[in-house]
Ligand binder design. Structure first.
Ligand SMILES: *Cc1c(COP(=O)(O)O)cnc(C)c1O
Length: 393
């Protein structure tokens, strides 16, 4: 059905636009690598683009398209490309926009491997980069060069929760003919739609909030316009970054409950952050929903809610933080985020351990920082769990 005039939650359920010939109420899993042509001429027409039809799953598949169309509509984009992982989405963007002699600017506190792969692999391809504190627009401006092709942002950033002014950053990039890409994993389109502020490309690790059940790995890239979309698509399908139909089916199913999952987790996160901030053993809390957050006002302006991710430091640094992590019983000690279960992890020794200590420190990822992803359990249980673990720190 046409959901363009419907509300966000209705889009979550009904967008996608794929109808099944057999009348299946939800889009089935087209678990096939290839599609039968009616005759040789039809095959030729599909290949030439004269007629739209499915050819081969790496190039397109109805189950995958349902997911791609839905996320694109939620993000107010022209089109979407689902990928095998969030990192495949990141590399689709890097490979499409950057080549020998090109320069990219990235926020310094990105998801670890999004920065790591740029620093370690892309110099071999002749790509230059600067990682700076993009929460300060003047820091972006300072490193813009004539060969800058990409501004790569993440807001709120992983794991420092720094918020970048999307409108100001996108305006600045556009003035210099630079493409802006925003990793919107922490917010999901329910809480933030970067294209509304001028972003050209948005990507997600669907492993997190979009799927929401910690049972698949997947990613997606969406583009504001057709030209950019076609360029990204060429790279995605020819690099073989594509998702599998079964994975896509699970992500599309998980996506249906995005709004109610986030509503619940966010409500709890506000209570948990307030609890942590008033706890005598907690040194600091970074959560965009607390007035103490350095970009609290900006977060309120560009996000529809503060989300379900909290970073905090326990008094006594890493050793005390480890005590808390080891004593939590309800929260799972595991990386990843955005699932229905509450997770805790330690970026300096886990997700961001491949970055140098200097890179971590200049990005604000201190050794004492622990990252908490609030799930949808009863909030009393989440807080009780934290309380007993903090007691032991
Ligand atoms: C997890 C994550 C990624 C990478 O996604 P994968 O699905 O693990 O490849 C990228 N960005 C952010 C913000 C993430 O949290």
């Amino acid at each position: 059905m046409d959901t363009s005039n419907k509300g966000f939650s209705s889009k979550l359920i009904h967008a996608g636009g794929i109808t099944d010939e057999k009348g299946s109420a939800v889009t089935p899993i087209y678990q096939t690598s290839t599609f039968r042509f009616k005759n040789a001429d039809q095959g030729a027409r599909f290949f030439s683009g004269e007629e739209k039809g499915y050819i081969y799953t790496r190039l397109g598949n109805p189950t995958i398209e349902d997911l791609e169309n839905t996320v694109a509509e939620l993000e107010k984009a022209y089109g979407g490309l689902a990928t095998a992982s969030g990192m495949a989405a990141v590399n689709t963007v890097y490979q499409t926009l950057l080549g020998t002699g090109d320069h990219m600017i990235g926020h310094n506190a990105l998801y670890g491997p999004s920065r790591g792969v740029m620093e370690k692999h892309y110099p071999k391809l002749g790509v230059e980069f600067d990682f700076i504190d993009a929460t300060k627009i003047e820091e972006i401006e300072k490193v813009i060069k004539p060969n800058t092709k990409l501004l790569y942002l993440e807001t709120p950033a992983n794991p420092t929760m720094g918020v970048t002014d999307l409108k100001a950053a996108c305006d600045l990039a556009r003035k210099h003919n630079i493409i802006t890409c925003v990793d919107n994993t922490f917010c999901s389109p329910y809480l933030q739609r970067p294209i509304e502020f001028g972003a050209d490309i948005v990507l997600h690790s669907m492993t997190k909030f979009i799927n929401g059940h910690a049972d698949i790995v997947g990613g997606i890239v969406v583009a504001r316009d057709k030209t950019l979309f076609e360029e990204l698509k060429y790279v995605m399908i020819n690099m073989g970054f594509n998702i599998d139909p079964h994975q896509a089916f699970l992500a599309r199913r998980g996506l249906k409950t995005l709004a109610i999952r986030i509503d619940r987790a966010q409500k709890s996160a506000i209570k948990v952050a307030t609890f942590l901030e008033s706890h005598p053993k907690v040194e600091w809390v970074l959560y965009p929903g607390l007035k103490s957050h350095p970009q609290y006002e900006l977060g309120k302006k560009q996000m529809d809610g503060p989300g379900a991710m909290i970073s905090f430091g326990v008094k006594g640094g890493l050793e005390a933080g480890k005590k808390v992590m080891d004593n939590l019983k309800l929260a799972v000690l595991a990386v990843s985020l955005g699932g229905v279960e509450t997770l805790i992890q330690h970026p300096a020794s886990m997700t961001h351990s491949k970055l140098s200590k200097e890179a971590r420190e200049s990005a604000g990822i201190s050794d004492g920082l622990v990252r908490y992803s609030i799930g949808i359990e009863n909030v009393e249980d989440i807080i009780d769990d934290l309380e007993q673990a903090l007691e032991k720190a």
